[in-house]
Structures are given as structure tokens and as C-alpha cells.
Design a protein around this ligand. Structure first.
Ligand SMILES: Cc1cc2nc3c(=O)[nH]c(=O)nc-3n(C[C@H](O)[C@H](O)[C@H](O)COP(=O)(O)OP(=O)(O)OC[C@H]3O[C@@H](n4cnc5c(N)ncnc54)[C@H](O)[C@@H]3O)c2cc1C
Length: 452
């Protein structure tokens, strides 16, 4: 059951940003019978990556990743479809062959989303840059990773400068179950803090040389011109540090100081440290290994490290320009800004990462705002679902250094019991489906769901 009704919020909802999240939010609101003004700055002003004036433009790859429901990205898509997603609907209609991935004809996809929203009598699409957040009416802010400068300044006022970031530098995250625990040892540097909070992958001199050679010759994703500033801000990809000298990594992310391998009683030649990524300890972060290596190269090169030979990558490393807030510090459990509760954030700006994650976040922002406009208190999806785990990440995760994340099973609450690796994903999926079913069967249905 939904909690008891509350007075409705006044006025037409303003959605700022006609990207993946903003379009989904506007669509969910309109499906609930609520009028929306969707404000998109293109073509009046542009970001450094968008090329067209189409809504929901895909700025880079035309792939929305795997359709396989047995992985987290496929499961998220399944849940989005169950919630009447416009992005999924348009993507299915504009699909191009790409194996088990859902890839689209990007032009047709953007046009399909634009036409559907422009044709909706409850949605008015307004072109122009929003330079402020109007008080006193419900606003969904979905201006994305390349938010305009003036809006970034507004968000800084809203979030506080220490909670607004302009790029992300993500190190790969691997699953605990895939680690070779006979090769790693638990220990904090100089036994600080918890003493054994970190896992350490020790490298001999030969291991280090082999890793270095492959790291230096590996294929990388080129930096876009507007991302070059990252290198000057002191945040270097591990391969760039490596290229500055054959011993540089030993004074940086692979430094062995303060660590003694208990099996040899010696300090290893080099060490890659793993830091726990979630409270359940199912996911571990390769400390300091932010990288621009392509995904296949990350798998190939990091698997050379002792202990990581069979590493399962829950999240790949990346570095790019990205405007996002520290969601858990400033958002409540329904994506509203604490202290400015008429403002809800959606999409990549909250610290979710990726096309489908941004769109999914937009659906939730639309549903939650619709519930309030209709006088109900929203009931968020359970944390065991893909939607709920993303929401939990963006609003309640407890990382020391909040970083964006795409959907992966490491974000889900741990399973009640251990499963063989080939059965684990199926167990996450089965639990998620049951929980989503329970949530969808609550009365009344979450507003915004397609009822026709
Ligand atoms: C260069 C780059 C490449 C990426 N490549 C991929 C990829 O290949 N695969 C993937 O899954 N993810 C990728 N991402 C990550 C991300 O998922 C996408 O950027 C995604 O589009 C984010 O969705 P969003 O709705 O939050 O933001 P967007 O889709 O960017 O939408 C935000 C919208 O707000 C508009 N806007 C900004 N400021 C204002 C303002 N003040 N007033 C009005 N409108 C405004 C923008 O013009 C834009 O249309 C990439 C990100 C970047 C920056």
C-alpha cells in the first residue's frame, strides 16, 4: 500500500534538460496526466559533445549495452520497459543488429523520442538555456554531464561547492568472488586504520615489468578536446603515469611502502591495492588505477596482476568530463535536494553513469514527482531491483569518495547465501523480478505507469 495522501504540489512541472533523463521524466509525468514544460537549450546553446537539436541525443556510442536479462544492464532495461520507458520504446523501434547488445540508429532514435514528446498534448517543449531554478514550483533538473556553465553555478549554490564535481576518474571495480585469495593479502599501509582494510596484490620485479610493458602498449580511448584539462588537474590515468618513467608507478598507485607480505616477510616490489567498494565487501576497487584503456584492454592488462588472473570486472575504469553532485550528501531517498524539496535531480548529474542509467533515473524522478503532484508520498522501488539499487547508489551509498557508477550487481544488496559463479547472476535477477513484481502490485500503481 502507498502511504496516506498529502496535499498536491502546485503548478505545471518544469523539467530542465531534454536529454535521456529529462525526456523520461517528462514522459512519466505526462502519462500520469500532469502538464510538463520541458526546457532544452539546444539549438540555442550547445554542449561540446551534442551535435543536433534532437531530444535524447546519444552523444557517443549508439549502443545501450547488453539486452541479456541475466546481466545487470539487461535487467535494468527489463524494469524500464515494465515502467513504460519512452527510451526503451524508441530504442526497440530503431534497433540495428548488434549481437546481444541493444544498439540503435541514433538519428532515428533521437527523432522518435522528439516526435513522441512534441506530439504529447501535456508536454510543451521550450528551447532555450535555463539560467536559474525558479522557486515555488516543482522542477526536475536533468542537465547532464555537460551542464551549461550558468546552470552549473546555480547547482553549486544548491549543492555547495564541495558537493559539485566536474569530472570523474574511475578505477576498475572487480568482484570479490573472482579474486585469487591465495595470491593477495589483507593489510593497510603502515597498519593504519583497520589494519587489514585493504587487499594487496603483490608484484615481483618480473610481474611489474610484464604489467608495465602491456600497460604502455595497450589501446586507449582518445581524450576529447574538452577533457584534456583533466590531465592538468593532477588526475592522471595510470597509463599516463606509467609513460612518464619506468619507475613512476612505484612512487604512485603501485607503491609498496608500508606493506609487508606476510608470506615472505618482505616488502613486495610493487603492489596494487584493492579497497572495499560496498559495505557487503562483494566489490573491490583497484586504488589509483583510473584509466582510459578500452574495456577489453583493461581485462587483458589488469588480469596480468597476481590475484586478478580471473578478475570479473563489475565496472570498468574511465575518466571524462562529468558534472555531478555528491548525491548521498545532498539528495533525499527520492532524489529531491534537501532544503529545496521542490527540486528533484535526474540523470547523470546525480552520479549515475551511462545512457540507460540516466534514463532510468529520469523515470524515477518523473514517477516520484508525479506522485507528489497527485498528493501521494512516493514509494521508491526496492533496493533489490536494478532501479532501486541505482537509486540507493545515488542517494544513500556510503563511499568515502562518491563516484559515478553504472549499473552492476555490485550495487545490489548481497544475496542471502553464496552461489556458484554461473548461478549468481540468475539469483540476483530472480530476486529483483520478485521484488519488482511486489512493488508494482502495490495499490495504487506508481503514478506515471502507462494504464491505457
Ligand atoms: C562525451 C561523453 C560521452 C559519453 N558516452 C557514453 C556512451 O557511449 N555510453 C553511455 O552509456 N554513456 C555515455 N556517456 C554518459 C552519459 O550516460 C550520457 O552523457 C547521457 O546522455 C546522460 O544523460 P542525461 O540525461 O543525464 O544528460 P544528457 O543526455 O546530456 O542531457 C542533458 C541535456 O540538458 C541540456 N542542458 C544542459 N544545460 C542546460 C541548461 N542550462 N538549460 C537547458 N538545457 C540544458 C543539454 O543540452 C542536454 O540535452 C557519455 C558522456 C559524455 C560526456
Amino acid at each position: 500500500m502507498m502511504p496516506p495522501a498529502r496535499p498536491a504540489m502546485p503548478g505545471k512541472v518544469l523539467v530542465i534538460g531534454g536529454g535521456l533523463a529529462g525526456c523520461e521524466a517528462a514522459w512519466a509525468l505526462a502519462r500520469a496526466g500532469i502538464s510538463v514544460e520541458l526546457m532544452e537549450m539546444r539549438p540555442c546553446a550547445c554542449t561540446p559533445a551534442h551535435r543536433t537539436s534532437l531530444l535524447a541525443e546519444l552523444v557517443c556510442s549508439n549502443s545501450l549495452r547488453s539486452s541479456n536479462p541475466m546481466n545487470a544492464a539487461g535487467l535494468l532495461k527489463e524494469e524500464m520497459r515494465a515502467l513504460g520507458s519512452l527510451v526503451m520504446d524508441a530504442a526497440d523501434a530503431c534497433r540495428v543488429p548488434a549481437g546481444d547488445a541493444l544498439a540503435v540508429d541514433r538519428e532515428k532514435f533521437g527523432r522518435a523520442v522528439t516526435e513522441r514528446l512534441e506530439a504529447d498534448p501535456l508536454v510543451s517543449v521550450v528551447r532555450g538555456e535555463a539560467t536559474g531554478i525558479p522557486p515555488g514550483r516543482p522542477v526536475i533538473l536533468a542537465t547532464g554531464p555537460l551542464t551549461s556553465d550558468r546552470m552549473s553555478a546555480e547547482i553549486e549554490l544548491l549543492a555547495g561547492s564541495k558537493h559539485l564535481y566536474f569530472y570523474d576518474a574511475i578505477a576498475p571495480v572487480v568482484s570479490a568472488e573472482s579474486l585469487d585469495m591465495t595470491a593477495v593479502f589483507a593489510q593497510s599501509r603502515y597498519d593504519k586504520g583497520g589494519g587489514d582494510d585493504y587487499l594487496n596484490c603483490p608484484l615481483s620485479e618480473d610481474d611489474y615489468q610484464a604489467f608495465l610493458d602491456e600497460l604502455l602498449s595497450a589501446e586507449t580511448v582518445p581524450l576529447r578536446s574538452f577533457e584534456r584539462e583533466l590531465h592538468f588537474s593532477g588526475c592522471m590515468p595510470v597509463e599516463v603515469i606509467a609513460a612518464s618513467g619506468s619507475l613512476s608507478l612505484l612512487h604512485g598507485p603501485l607503491k609498496p611502502v608500508g606493506l609487508v607480505d606476510p608470506r615472505t616477510g618482505q616488502r613486495p616490489f610493487a603492489v596494487i591495492q584493492l579497497r572495499m567498494e560496498n559495505a557487503a565487501g562483494t566489490a573491490w576497487n583497484l586504488v589509483g588505477c583510473q584509466t582510459k584503456l578500452t574495456h577489453p584492454e583493461q581485462r587483458r592488462v589488469f588480469r596480468l596482476v597476481p590475484g586478478l588472473g580471473r578478475a570479473e570486472f563489475l565496472r570498468y575504469g574511465s575518466m571524462h568530463r562529468n558534472t555531478f553532485v555528491n548525491g548521498p550528501a545532498i539528495l533525499d531517498g527520492t532524489l529531491r535536494v534537501r532544503g529545496r524539496e521542490e527540486v528533484t535531480l535526474a540523470g547523470q548529474i546525480t552520479g549515475v553513469e551511462g545512457y540507460i542509467e540516466s534514463a532510468a533515473c529520469g523515470i524515477m524522478a518523473g514517477l516520484f514527482t508525479a506522485a507528489r503532484v497527485l498528493g501521494n508520498e512516493p514509494l521508491p522501488p526496492p533496493a533489490e531491483t536494478a532501479m532501486g539499487s541505482l537509486l540507493h547508489h545515488a542517494t544513500s551509498s556510503q563511499w568515502k569518495h562518491y563516484q559515478p557508477s553504472n549499473i552492476n550487481f555490485g550495487l545490489f544488496p548481497a544475496l542471502a547465501r553464496r552461489h556458484a559463479p554461473d548461478a549468481r547472476n540468475a539469483a540476483y535477477v530472480q530476486r529483483a523480478r520478485e521484488k519488482l513484481g511486489d512493488w508494482l502490485s502495490t495499490e495504487p500503481l506508481p503514478p506515471g505507469l502507462v494504464r491505457e
